[in-house]
Design a protein around this ligand. Structure first.
Ligand code: 5GP
Ligand code: ZN
Length: 111
């Protein structure tokens, strides 16, 4: 999608710090981290949010979870982490290309 910042990141048109990559997923460091470890797990396919998933691309959601599991293996003990997906501006979504926040490091504040 032409005006989507994460599509531009995926295409390499906007710089980012890459953490991991698979056929379907790119993981980058968040530009404004809210925790000691703050990654964004982003599907390469443009899907606006969880509500826009269809059964035929549900595998991408599974890929996002499995990528989170893989990232967690590189954390220091106790390897605890939080996953957040904001869906809709009213829920805090700013970039309308679905992404999972992967937060870890030190003790995360209560939720
Ligand atoms: P949202 O509020 O949509 O759930 O989260 C969007 C996240 O993307 C925010 O935490 C914000 O800091 C991050 N972000 C926005 N633009 C960029 C960018 O160009 N590069 C990177 N690495 N992160 C971005
Ligand atoms: Zn996009």
């Amino acid at each position: 999608m032409a005006e989507c910042i994460f599509c531009k990141v995926i295409e390499g048109k906007v710089p980012s710090i890459k953490v991991a990559e698979s056929d379907s997923i790119l993981v980058i460091k968040d530009i404004a981290p809210k925790a000691a470890v703050h990654y964004l797990i982003i599907p390469k396919k443009h899907i606006s949010d969880v509500r826009a998933f269809e059964q035929e691309n549900a595998g991408i959601a599974a890929d996002m979870i499995m990528m989170a599991q893989k990232l967690s293996q590189n954390l220091s003990e106790p390897k605890a982490f939080r996953l957040i997906i904001n869906n809709g501006a009213e829920a805090g979504q700013c970039v309308f290309h679905v992404h999972m926040h992967f937060l870890a490091g030190k003790k995360l504040p209560g939720f």
